[in-house]
Design a protein. Structure first.
Lengths: 454, 308
């Protein structure tokens, strides 16, 4: 149909490529476009950097005075002292004012008050002079908690510490899908897919509106008819879509590359201590204990996500599929943006009629969230095959892990997307052909229908 | 030669062209004339295959008009513009490539034209940095860059400044001398007189006249003659007797007068000469043909009366 018409001879394709190159070069020659190739991902990395260091603010080395008048801790807390926290014991009562004001206590950054009721009420106060960073807070909490636990075991049980910790393990009820017993599909990885889908929508939003704006500008410049004397309307339309796609892909590649590189630099050079397990140094815990600890520790969770990002995602599978679904989604949405540009009487018309597309983007983002939370729900199945949300849902599913059958379903959804896109582009072509030479008119639904009929 | 057969174009319910048929001979300047909204631009868009007619067809050199033919046409539309943010040379190369030239060919030809118009220094300038007149020159170059066989100019004289109009008229003359066909649409009849060899007059979507300019003017002549003579005005009036009436008379020099007379019957040029030569010293007798503006008005009036 439309595609067959377009590719029926090489002249058609050549014209579209010439137009596409011009569209691409227009963006490439724009300084702000080139600037954003680097600035966009660097800004995003800066945000990530700020998020990480915001958790690392405050003092990073602490001298902690453990005020233990009853000698409950027996001047013991960790077997291997770490560099970040040095514990000192004081077997007498210390008033808060005294700790705060007296010279002899000034060398201590924090005071932990272990009173005699700690074994009953499980409450410990930590007074600090300057807020310690999140890591140190978590580490202090963990180490004091472990020591209190040891004291309790000694006082209330006949068990050894290791035996107690084995008993203490909570029952781990692991929810697994009957169709995915090995739990290849993981919720946390699905969020990575969701983020990629979000990135996809973000780029579609930026470059889709570029299509509309480019058509409007051609109308305003009165250059459309000059082009149409040499190229067919559908060649112009396809060239425009293609050229903006090239610019979009270039930007996308730069973003992905720079962000990936930046995260790698963060992990291995800038935050190697923070994002590694170094902050648990000196704590003798079993593997199970460590994983348990991790479940309740946000820093540990973050570390898990970095590990997930760098080690657990199958990029060889994910990236080609991301490209595939990005192209499919762009294909579907580009027809909408083209129609809006072609039928606009002026640029404000274009802005107004972009709103329904933004609503579709919103639905798409919801569909992605829904796919993460309820991967097998009926609504998710619907969104999988709904062409405007299929790309987002596919990203979530593919990143989370798919079986051969479910992957085939995703390919089917891609095919539906391409077919729907082709049909939409056919109609977009009709509107484009009639609308491209019209400017300054009042856009009405009636006019749109008339253009469709001609 | 371009043959236009029974072209009908309808926009929604409005008939823009109705069964328009005529030929455009090769190697001449052909005017498509008519009032605003007559259907000239629609016809020109059909010739450029920007619009497809509802009915009828166009032949070029005996075969149905196709994309390859249209690529060999040059077109300066009425609604013209350029990409404002592009450089002059990039723009010309882009449009040349769309017309089938290679990048190098397009670049070479563009430079030749820029040199011809003595504006080669503009090659690297952005369009939005050019004045309107400068941009018009680039616009014209873009339409003829690929050395077209047929040049279609839709209202080329509207919007252009007088210097550029002169430039375009000279180029039209040069194209004609090179054996190319120039199709020229306008509602400005003054330019038709001086440029067009043949015209088709379109009114309300219909072809109402098509002929050589000289023939049309001759067909619609009023029987007026311009006379320049030395001598007495009374003698002049007496010599005309009852066959002619004096439309106007004025002194243009010492004892030199110029008058316009109109015949009352079927008197010819020879009758004028015979009647006046014996009474006056004649320096000029010229049959005064109506301008295309007058022909245009007259033809449309006749057509409207006929329709009623």
């Amino acid at each position: 149909m439309y595609l067959l018409k377009l590719f029926k001879n090489t002249t058609n394709m050549k014209n579209s490529l010439i137009i596409a190159r011009r569209e691409f070069m227009e963006r490439w020659n724009n300084r702000s476009f080139r600037f954003m190739l680097f600035l966009g991902p660097l800004l995003l990395l800066a945000v990530i950097y700020l998020l990480i260091i915001s958790g690392n603010q405050g003092k990073s080395n602490l001298n902690v005075l453990i005020v233990d008048p009853t000698g409950l801790f027996e001047e013991k807390i960790v077997s291997h002292p770490s560099e970040s926290i040095t514990y000192y014991f004081y077997q007498d009562y210390v008033e808060l004012e005294a700790f705060r004001d007296e010279k002899k206590f000034r060398t201590y950054d924090a005071m932990i008050e272990i009173n005699e009721k700690v074994l009953i009420n499980k409450k410990v106060f930590l007074f600090y002079r300057e807020t310690p960073n999140v890591q140190l807070k978590m580490k202090l909490k963990f180490e004091v908690e472990r020591r209190v636990e040891e004291v309790m075991i000694e006082q209330f049980t006949n068990l050894g510490i290791e035996d107690f910790r084995k008993i203490k393990q909570p029952l781990n009820v692991d929810f697994r899908d009957v169709n995915d017993p090995l739990n290849q599909s993981e919720n946390e990885i699905a969020w990575v897919g969701y983020s990629l889908g979000y990135l996809m929508i973000f780029f579609l939003g930026i470059f889709g509106t570029n299509i509309t704006r480019s058509i409007n500008r051609e109308k305003a410049n009165r250059v459309s008819e000059v082009i149409l004397a040499s190229a067919k309307a559908h060649e112009l339309m396809f060239g425009k879509i293609l050229g903006i796609l090239w610019a979009s892909l270039l930007q996308l590649f730069f973003w992905i590359f720079i962000i990936a590189l930046g995260l790698w630099v963060f992990e291995y050079f800038i935050f190697s201590e923070t994002l590694g397990l170094g902050h648990l140094e000196g704590v003798q815990v079993s593997d199970q204990g460590l994983s348990q600890f991790g479940q309740s520790n946000p820093m540990m969770n973050y570390n898990t996500q970095m590990d997930l990002f760098f080690h657990r995602i199958n990029y060889a599978f994910l990236i080609p599929n991301f490209m595939l679904f990005f192209l499919g989604t762009y294909w579907v949405y580009s027809s909408f943006f083209t129609v809006i540009g072609a039928m606009s009487g002026d640029e404000s018309d274009g802005q107004q009629f972009v709103i329904p597309i933004w609503i579709l983007f919103g639905v798409s983002i919801f569909a992605g969230y829904n796919a993460v939370q309820y991967p097998d729900a009926a609504l998710t199945q619907f969104f999988t095959f709904f062409p405007w949300t299929a790309g987002m849902v596919a990203m979530v599913k593919i990143t989370a892990g798919v079986t051969v059958v479910s992957y085939l379903f995703l390919l089917l959804s891609w095919l539906i997307m391409v077919l729907v896109g082709a049909v939409l582009l056919y109609f977009a072509g009709r509107i484009f052909k009639n609308g491209i030479l019209s400017f300054g008119h009042k856009l009405t639904f009636k006019l749109l229908l008339k253009w469709l009929k001609i | 030669m371009i043959e236009i057969h029974d072209i009908t174009k309808v926009f929604q319910e409005k008939i823009a062209l109705e069964k328009v048929t005529f030929d455009i001979p090769k190697g001449m300047v052909f005017g498509i004339i008519g009032p605003n909204g007559a259907g000239k631009t629609t016809l020109i868009r059909i010739l450029n295959q920007i619009l497809i007619p509802n009915d009828g067809f166009v032949k070029y050199n005996g075969t149905l008009l196709n994309e390859a033919h249209v690529r060999s046409f040059g077109y300066l539309p009425e609604e013209r513009g350029l990409y404002r943010e592009m450089r002059v040379m990039d723009q010309l190369v882009f449009l040349g490539e769309l017309r089938g030239l290679s990048r190098k060919e397009a670049g070479d030809k563009a430079m030749k034209w820029l040199q011809k118009f003595e504006v080669q220094d503009w090659a690297k300038k952005r369009i939005d940095s050019l004045s309107k007149g400068m941009a018009q020159k680039i616009q014209f170059i873009s339409s003829v860059l690929h050395d077209p066989e047929v040049i279609i100019l839709d209202e080329p004289l509207s919007g252009f400044d007088p210097l550029n109009i002169n430039l375009i008229l000279n180029e039209i003359e040069a194209f004609k001398n090179a054996g190319k066909s120039v199709i020229f649409s306008t509602h400005n009849m003054d330019s038709v007189d001086s440029i067009c060899d043949e015209v088709a007059l379109i009114h309300a979507g219909k072809l109402i006249a098509k002929d050589r300019v000289a023939n049309l003017r001759s067909q619609h002549k009023n029987g007026d003659f311009k006379i320049r003579f030395r001598g007495n005005v009374i003698a002049f009036a007496n010599a005309l007797w009852t066959s002619f009436e004096i439309i106007e008379s004025k002194e243009i020099g010492d004892d030199l007068r110029e008058a316009v007379i109109r015949r009352r019957g079927n008197e010819t040029f020879n009758d004028v000469y015979n009647q006046l030569s014996s009474a006056l010293e004649l320096t000029l007798i010229e049959e005064k043909l109506p301008g295309m503006q007058d022909v245009f008005v007259k033809v449309i009036q006749e057509h409207n009366q006929h329709e009623e």
